[in-house]
Design a protein around this ligand. Structure first.
Ligand code: ATP
Ligand code: MG
Length: 113
């Protein structure tokens, strides 16, 4: 099992969610976050004082899925979340050791879906 963590433009989320639903991805966690990439954002001015790092609003979508689902899901994220402009976001994939469904005490893949 792996966790896909996609940090995307907020305006891309509804389309992404629809596309994920089409391929049967049901469980996900979404957070409104703020961040910056390699450009570190633009310089801003607050009450006459310059500040260096501006944070941009992003949406973080987390999904824990079976290994074989990684490639198609990453492809969907790439297709739906790109504008070809800087700031489209990032996708992180990490290993997940265990999953438990609290209600039934199932674990592993049985607890995923
Ligand atoms: N290395 C990182 N670690 C954690 N979060 C990151 C990292 N890089 C980017 N992010 C998150 O992803 C968001 C979007 O990043 P962004 O798309 O600007 O990345 P980038 O590497 O600068 O690529 P681009 O050239 O397309 O702008 C950031 O606002 C931040 O929340
Ligand atoms: Mg950037």
């Amino acid at each position: 099992m792996k966790k896909i963590e996609a940090i995307i433009r907020p305006e891309a989320f509804q389309t992404l969610r629809h596309q994920l639903d089409q391929v049967g991805v049901k469980g996900l966690t979404v957070s409104e976050v703020a961040g910056c990439g390699q450009q570190k954002g633009k310089e801003g001015i607050f009450r006459g004082t310059r500040y260096e790092i501006k944070l941009y609003p992003k949406v973080k979508v987390e999904m824990v899925v079976d290994d074989h689902e990684i490639d198609p899901i990453v492809e969907i994220i790439m297709d739906t979340c790109t504008t070809n402009e800087t700031g489209d976001g990032k996708i992180f994939v990490t290993a997940v050791e265990e999953v438990y469904r609290i209600r039934t005490a199932e674990k592993g893949k049985a607890a995923l879906i």
